[in-house]
Design a protein around this ligand. Structure first.
Ligand code: MN
Length: 194
């Protein structure tokens, strides 16, 4: 069964101040994220078999399902938007603990945590238009970083999402306006797992 309610936030809208302001959080979660979920459910409405899958599997296997093309696009966009935001709130949880295993792995792969953040930041800052920058584990278990446009999900590529930053203007515009790189720099202050 698919959830018809958003996952509860484990923290208050003002918990990420001053890096992410309460008003942005409230609108982002209660309006944008909610709309993705509602439109995802609406796009799935006539596919009762499809609805028996969990949302991750729906996005992962979407190309193998028999659905009308316009619905496939809506499911990809809104389902992606729903799942991408679920992860975004989860990784910014101020109660998160450092993930020592992930940190070790990042140090091995990228030389140092700083080097990893530099590469991730450069990708995020240089991404054109809306989208997300991702740290994922690929189908071989190898860590990768890349950006994807719009609400595309790494699940579609068979990759497991680990860490992500929302590059849509709605994620930062109220506080940062055109200063996306400042938002990205400050966003790291909300990340406790590494
Ligand atoms: Mn967003």
């Amino acid at each position: 069964m698919l959830d018809t309610e958003l996952p509860k936030l484990n923290y208050n809208f003002d918990a990420l101040e001053p890096y992410i302001d309460a008003e942005t959080m409230e609108i982002h979660y209660s309006k944008h994220h909610k709309a993705y979920l509602e439109k995802f459910l609406a796009a799935l409405d006539k596919y009762s078999d499809l609805k028996k899958n969990n949302p991750q599997d729906i996005i992962k296997k979407l190309n193998s399902f028999s659905v009308e093309e316009k619905d496939r696009l809506a499911i990809k966009n809104f389902g992606g938007g729903y799942l991408n935001h679920n992860l975004y709130w989860q990784i910014m949880d101020p109660n998160n603990k450092r993930d020592e295993r992930l940190i070790d792995e990042l140090e091995k792969n990228y030389g140092s945590l700083n080097e990893f953040k530099k590469l991730f930041n450069n990708l995020a800052i240089s991404h054109f238009g809306s989208g997300w920058t991702w740290l994922v584990r690929d189908e071989k278990g190898v860590l990768q970083i890349y950006s994807l446009p719009n609400q595309d999900s790494p699940l579609t590529l068979g990759h497991e999402p680990i860490l992500t930053v929302d590059l849509w203007e709605h994620a930062y515009y109220l506080k940062y306006q055109n200063r996306r790189s400042e938002y990205i720099e400050n966003w790291w202050q909300t990340i406790k797992i590494i």
